[in-house]
Design a protein around this ligand. Structure first.
Ligand SMILES: [Zn+2]
Ligand SMILES: [Zn+2]
Length: 170
């Protein structure tokens, strides 16, 4: 399975490369591109956030054996939630991840590494949904649900054996 990582808006240098290089099995590589769409129609002025369900419709459908994921710094929401780290179409191999809420709160020598790890973990999470995985009870599995940025640190940017087995049997 290949991954097309599409930068939307300004993406920090080398971030997409680091995320792509950090993807676990069953992903075997991919490519980096740009998603040149207008955020205007998905922007909610009252909330000053971008509607994730609207934005995902602008991620182009990937060809077989590919997953497409938009990577962005805009603040995403879903109607019932204050914010989301990302969203995907279950089994549709399309998703979005935003790093807006994933910045570590404290600056130290590990800040950049922790930030990249959080983003990679949530990318692995949304790619998993895109492949048809649901949430997992294993605490350090990437498919475990995280509601807070600190919760993402408890996970690893890879799938537990059960989730990996499901993925490879799809
Ligand atoms: Zn999820
Ligand atoms: Zn799992």
């Amino acid at each position: 399975m290949n991954v097309r990582l599409l930068g939307l808006g300004e993406v920090p240098p080398k971030l997409a490369e680091a995320v792509l290089a950090g993807l676990p099995r069953p992903f075997s590589g991919g490519e980096i591109g740009r998603l040149a769409v207008s955020l205007e129609r998905c922007y909610d002025r009252t909330r000053a956030q971008v509607d994730a369900a609207c934005l995902i419709e602008q991620v182009p459908e990937p060809e077989p054996d590919w997953s497409a994921l938009a990577l962005t710094g805009v603040d995403l929401f879903m109607p019932a939630l204050t914010y989301v780290f990302g969203v995907s179409h279950l089994g549709g191999r399309r998703g979005i991840v935003s790093w807006f809420r994933l910045h570590p709160e404290e600056e130290d020598a590990d800040t950049q590494a922790r930030f990249t790890r959080r983003i990679t973990t949530e990318v692995v999470h949304e790619l998993g949904h895109g492949m048809g995985l649901v949430h997992c009870v294993v605490p350090d599995c990437a498919m475990h649900r995280s509601l807070w940025p600190e919760g993402v640190d408890l996970k690893r940017p890879e799938y537990c054996p059960a989730c990996l087995a499901t993925l490879t049997s799809l």
